[in-house]
Design a protein. Structure first.
Ligand code: DX5
Ligand code: ZN
Length: 230
């Protein structure tokens, strides 16, 4: 498994392109392109058409991407009953699996199970979910994903109200020994990235902004620079 831990010192921002905005007919080539462009990890959105009104990829696509790249694979499950699918995504090469708080009644069990499989576990919170739900999971997860759009589609506008949620989460993280990473996902571009980093996010997922850029490498650098970190 590629070591993401080494990248995660306080000052380091992880840039994670979301392949949802890429060419699904060329997943392997897209993965190589992202690796060459300097991505730190690759974000793969899995949607079931129920938890969110959209369908995307399955575990076989993750396996294909895994064969094409050495990048850290961050799998974002927007599916009900994620527990039932963990084994398949682990076997396909996921390095971290993030489940949604809203998608299962077995949140703690599923997070534990993911960790027992030897990979990182993340938990995602939809914009409408109250911040109060987050603190309990800071010690149970390797990553807290604060959704900055309603999950389901790429290319949506960033929800400014989420900045406070990031700040409040970061404040709590500062008080614990091994804090989880704070990831943001949705509407991240050169403007919103800096807002999120300043608020305390350290993992930035970006789809449309990076894939629409003329030069992916440059766009990744612009994102890093906008966080004041290169
Ligand atoms: C949305 C997905 C995101 C999406 C982000 O439900 O979780 O990962 O790909 O795309 P942009 O950056 O275009 O909002
Ligand atoms: Zn995502």
């Amino acid at each position: 498994m590629p070591e993401q831990g080494g990248l995660l010192s306080k000052k380091r921002i992880i840039i994670e392109p979301s392949i949802l905005s890429g060419d699904f007919g060329a997943l392997a080539a897209e993965s190589v392109r992202l690796e060459c462009a300097g991505a730190d990890a690759l974000h793969i959105d899995i949607m079931d058409g129920h938890f969110v009104p959209n369908l995307t990829l399955g575990h076989q696509a993750v396996a294909a991407i895994n064969r094409a790249t050495k990048l850290f694979l961050d799998v974002h499950l927007m599916i009900y009953n994620p527990y039932d699918y963990i084994e398949r995504f682990v076997a396909s090469g996921a390095d971290r699996i993030t489940i949604h708080f809203e998608a299962t009644e077995q949140v703690a069990e599923t997070l534990q199970y993911i960790r027992r499989c030897g990979i990182q576990a993340g938990i995602a919170f939809c914009p409408e979910t109250s911040w109060e739900m987050i603190p309990k999971y800071l010690s149970q997860a390797d990553l807290i994903l604060i959704m900055t759009v309603n999950p389901g589609f790429g290319g949506q506008p960033f929800m400014m109200e989420m900045v406070e949620k990031i700040e409040m989460t970061e404040r709590l993280c500062r008080q614990i020994k091994n804090p989880p990473l704070i990831q943001v996902d949705g509407g991240i571009d050169d403007q919103t990235a800096s807002l999120c980093c300043r608020a305390g996010a350290n993992v930035l997922v970006s789809g449309n902004y990076l894939f629409k850029a003329k030069e992916m490498k440059e766009a990744i650098e612009v994102l890093r620079a906008s966080c004041g970190l290169n």
